[in-house]
Design a binder for this molecule. Structure first.
Ligand SMILES: [Cu+2]
Length: 377
């Protein structure tokens, strides 16, 4: 997908401003002056940091000619990373064997409009693919560290029982492959992540994902399943500084991210990449937090979750939940029906993070299916 055809940051912030969720960076002063914070007001374009400007030249991104006149200086134009892959529901009614092949891949991608980042990934996406097994399956996991990468990696899956969760068995230098096996004894939804030091750096750069271990009896069927993970990303300067942004160790040590994003980038779960459903369908969202640091208060504006896999347990559901707390290294599953058409906004309800990217969209099409559920009086 080309970046130009996806929702851009300004469009996202306009939408957020319209529902009172964001005073866009760069627009805060103007909003304060006017005494309004719920309306987008264009202001001066954020300036690229010196480092970012230099970096953007390294990556060949500066634009020239007519394009440059319409594009802020220092901006880099990069596509989003691909949408992460989800394994389909398990249809077996007995334990079996599952083979998972993961490859760590360094890849440049879009962090926000005009902002690039060097992601470290499993299989080229953030989060990595959603893995799936059935309770008591034997999972064989093969991890390859792609030639040309810049660091060693491994994988710790929280569904694993054993020291390091697989990390000590999968330390791979660049170009290496290692394989290990585990029995998925506990049903639930679990985070996996790279556990190579410094671990929070590897996680922040994108090396996390979810593994679902379905209970022996399976899960109730739904019409749509979605996969969203939240992560916090640390860059120098300010949110929205243009150009290719490096990782910033000091900000991470202070737990002060410039970006708090769903699926790796600001606007990654919106526009053409929004979650989509139709009125009358049942929806299931697998939601995890890679972090490395911030706990999410996951909420879908305009919905109440019918069932929630509290702390990721698929055998003890909570019902009728507004917001679910998901810790770094934790995950949940939420289910609900969609009865009223429109756009439902996914947020971390620590809402200052909305302007750092913790926003997504679920677009529901169709005609309202339940009379009197929602209407003007
Ligand atoms: Cu790693």
């Amino acid at each position: 997908m080309k970046a130009s055809t996806s929702i851009d940051r300004r469009t996202m912030l306009k939408r957020l401003g319209a529902i009172g969720l964001a005073a866009p960076f760069g627009a805060v002063a103007a909003c304060a002056d006017s005494g309004r914070t719920s309306r987008f007001q264009p202001t001066a374009t954020p300036k690229a940091t010196t480092a970012a400007a230099a970096s953007s030249m390294d990556h060949g991104a500066p634009l020239t000619g007519a394009a440059a006149s319409q594009t802020a200086q220092g901006a880099v134009t990069l596509p989003f990373l691909p949408v992460p892959v989800m394994a389909p529901p398990i249809t077996r009614n007995a334990p079996g064997e599952v083979l998972v092949e993961l490859e760590s891949v360094d890849v440049k991608g879009r962090l926000a409009e005009g902002v690039g980042y060097d992601f470290w990934t499993f299989n080229g996406t953030v989060p990595g693919p959603m893995l799936r097994a059935r309770q008591d399956d034997i999972v064989t996991l093969k991890l390859t560290n792609k030639l040309g990468n810049n660091a060693g990696h491994n994988i710790d899956l929280h569904a694993v029982t054993g020291p390091g969760g697989g990390a000590s068995l999968t330390n791979v230098g660049v170009g290496e492959t290692k394989t290990f096996r585990f029995k998925a004894t506990h049903p639930g939804v679990y985070v996996y992540h790279c556990a190579t030091a410094p671990i929070p750096l590897h996680i922040s750069n994108g090396m996390y994902g979810l593994i679902v271990v379905e209970p022996a009896g399976g899960l109730p069927p739904v019409d749509r399943e979605f996969y969203v993970c939240q992560g916090d990303i640390y860059t120098p300067g300010k949110t929205g500084d243009l150009g290719h942004q490096p990782f910033d160790l000091a900000s991470m040590a202070d737990e002060r991210p410039n970006y708090v994003v769903f699926n790796g980038a600001m606007g990654s779960v919106a526009g053409e990449r929004a979650l989509k459903a139709r009125v009358g369908e049942r929806v299931r969202i697998w939601f995890g937090v890679g972090g490395p640091n911030l706990t999410s208060s996951f909420h879908v504006i305009g919905e109440v979750f019918d069932r929630v896999a509290t702390w990721g347990s698929l055998t003890s559901m909570a019902e009728h939940v507004q917001t679910v707390t998901v810790a770094p290294g934790g995950a949940t599953m939420v289910e609900f029906g969609v009865e009223v058409p429109g756009t439902y906004v996914l947020v971390d309800h620590a809402l200052s993070r909305a302007s750092k990217g913790a926003v997504g969209e679920l677009v529901v099409e169709g005609t309202a299916s339940v009379p009197d559920l929602y209407a003007p009086a």
